[in-house]
Ligand binder design. Structure first.
Ligand SMILES: [Zn+2]
Length: 205
């Protein structure tokens, strides 16, 4: 693309870095911003800067939060005896939308993927084990995607958690998760949490 302005070119280059945004779309977005008044554009850029500077990760479950301990972890209404293990914050949002789960979460921050060089130490595994030590947690539910990475992660975590005297269960496999969030319907996801099965049983099917 030939740009008439270096400033325009720079802005388009920044937008093009976003997932799924090509140069043409980036140009359309930038021109759209140029048509807005300065105050609106400042609000837009301010929200992004504020997000990046002020966002926190819950010290307990690692979910994205405005506070050191997130709203879910600090709510007395939640059942602290059940932890649902998910890949990222999108999964927490999806499960919360179903209103079928009243326990707590643990956000791993990814899945074990030897191909991409992601190992257990890159994920929030140790802190999950740590949360089980005081004996308050009675059940851990795996809600991870039905991919090779999801299976590998569950297999690894199951071995890690087995020494604790808790129920280890998994939601119905085959539920689309995370990146495929938009394809999950709430009723199916909600039902799969309610009808979760012990992990060991899920292997024999
Ligand atoms: Zn939390």
């Amino acid at each position: 693309m030939n740009f008439s302005s270096k400033l325009l070119e720079n802005a388009v280059a920044e937008f093009s870095k976003l997932p799924g945004v090509g140069q043409k779309t980036a140009l359309r977005l930038v021109l759209h911003l140029l048509n807005q008044n300065k105050q609106e554009v400042e609000q837009f850029s301010g929200a992004i800067t504020k997000l990046r500077n002020e966002i926190q990760f819950c010290a307990t479950c690692h979910n994205i939060s405005d506070t050191a301990i997130c709203e879910i972890c600090s709510s007395p209404k939640r059942d602290a005896g059940v932890i649902c293990v998910v890949e990222d914050t999108r999964d927490v949002m999806a499960i919360e939308n179903t209103s079928q789960f009243n326990g707590l979460y643990h956000v791993l921050g990814g899945l074990i993927s030897p191909m991409d060089g992601v190992g257990p130490t890159d994920l929030q595994v140790d802190s999950l084990v740590e949360r089980l030590k005081d004996g308050e947690v009675k059940e851990v539910i795996f809600a991870l995607s039905a991919t090779m990475e999801g299976d590998t992660t569950i297999f690894y975590l199951n071995k890690k958690l087995k020494p604790f005297n808790i129920t280890i269960s998994t939601i119905a496999r085959g539920i689309a998760f995370g990146g495929e969030l938009e394809y999950v319907d709430e009723i199916t996801l909600g039902r799969s949490i309610v009808t979760r099965v012990p992990y060991e049983n899920s292997l024999t099917k």
